[in-house]
Design a protein around this ligand. Structure first.
Ligand code: UDP
Length: 347
């Protein structure tokens, strides 16, 4: 089934067609079946929402190591959705056809790198091998969730896709960086040797509703600390930079990449660079908190700068971020506030 019809279908769906029933055989023809590994995770669950809203069938596979059933709970009972509680490092069997596989399973927070190092290496290496093997068996397209971490602590700034990176393979971050670099190599090898139609997205720091409160990354930490009136922990001198992209922009970039013919990696991120001190101050201000900033040790190999060059995404996909940090951070803070107060926010 031609997956590049996904967008055509979405246009039809958003032009007022009834996507819930999919009664129209024309629409049925364009409906595709998608496997999302890590589908209960932060990004995987937003992708799942999007595909279901477009009228497609989604199989969400997740071992719930860092994903949460809550993220997909809204879809239980939807006949176009199914959930398989499974670890993708084991042999994967799926009944019936598959049109697209998106491999998003992996812990991704630096706080997990020490605790879950071997699991991260396995899901990036064995999990990528298994999902590519499945793509080959099913004749499905494949999209790999890669990362700006492939650039390591970069010596080129901003980072474009031509840069090969500066990674310490034996450092604490090596488990994630090298797993994703291996995953990219494996994806390209399947593309070259087995003619699998593949895509690679290099995801820069992304944030939004459904990040875990205890995830350990800067944005969830700063927000939960600010909301509780606790000290906000900035590592190092706070001069290290990141660029932060809102999750809906990332989902849009991934959709455009899926429908494109670009098989080489594409950066998706918001090219607004800010220091971690600026980020902490902004979050304290937006939450109206009285929290103070405290400085703690910088973790090993923490990249000093990170900023995507998005010329390729602009050129090849016509993609651009639309949600600026002011807006995205406020929406994320609202969602965390609801979480803290026990209200269900499932944006
Ligand atoms: N960071 C921080 N305080 C925290 C958590 C993270 O200052 O409580 C810093 C971290 O050292 C890094 C940046 O914020 O320089 C972004 O860290 P994050 O864990 O969000 O992801 P990374 O971009 O390092 O993968």
């Amino acid at each position: 089934m031609p997956v590049n019809e996904l967008s055509t279908f979405y246009d039809k769906a958003s032009s007022g067609a009834d996507i819930a029933g999919i009664a129209d055989p024309l629409q049925r023809r364009n409906r595709v079946r998608i496997l999302v590994t890590g589908g209960a995770g932060f990004i995987g669950s937003h992708l799942t929402d999007r595909f279901l809203a477009e009228g497609h069938d989604v199989i969400c596979m997740d071992n719930l190591l860092t994903g949460r059933a809550d993220n997909i709970a809204a879809h239980f009972g939807n006949p176009r959705f199914s959930f398989i509680h499974y670890d993708v490092t084991d042999y994967i069997h799926i009944e019936g056809p598959l049109d697209y596989i998106l491999h998003f399973a992996s812990p991704a927070s630096p706080a997990d790198f020490e605790r879950l190092g071997i699991r991260i290496l396995k899901v990036g290496a064995l999990g990528t091998h298994k999902t590519l093997g499945l793509a080959r068996a099913k004749g499905a397209k494949f999209l790999l969730a890669s990362t700006s971490e492939t650039y390591g602590d970069p010596q080129v700034h901003p980072q474009n896709e031509e840069y090969w990176g500066n990674v310490n393979p034996i450092g604490i971050r090596g488990v994630y960086d090298e797993a994703k670099r291996f995953a990219e190599s494996m994806t390209m090898a399947y593309n070259r040797l087995h003619d699998i139609d593949t895509r690679i997205v290099r995801i820069f720091n992304t944030y939004g509703p459904r990040m875990r409160r205890d995830d350990g990354r800067a944005i969830p930490n700063f927000i939960t600390q600010s909301l509780a009136g606790r000290d906000v922990t900035v590592y190092g001198d706070g001069g290290q930079t990141r660029s932060i992209g809102f999750v809906s922009d990332l989902v849009e970039g991934i959709r455009l990449l899926m429908d494109s013919t670009v098989t080489t990696p594409v950066n998706i991120g918001n090219p607004t660079e800010l220091t971690m001190q600026q980020l902490a101050e902004t979050i304290i201000q937006y939450t109206g908190s009285t929290s103070k900033i405290v400085f703690q040790d910088l973790p090993e190999d923490d990249p000093k700068v990170r900023l995507p060059d998005i010329a390729k995404a602009r050129r090849e996909l016509g993609w651009e971020p639309t949600v600026m940090p002011e807006d995205g951070l406020r929406r994320t803070i609202d969602w965390f506030r609801d979480e803290v107060e026990g209200r269900k926010g499932n944006e």
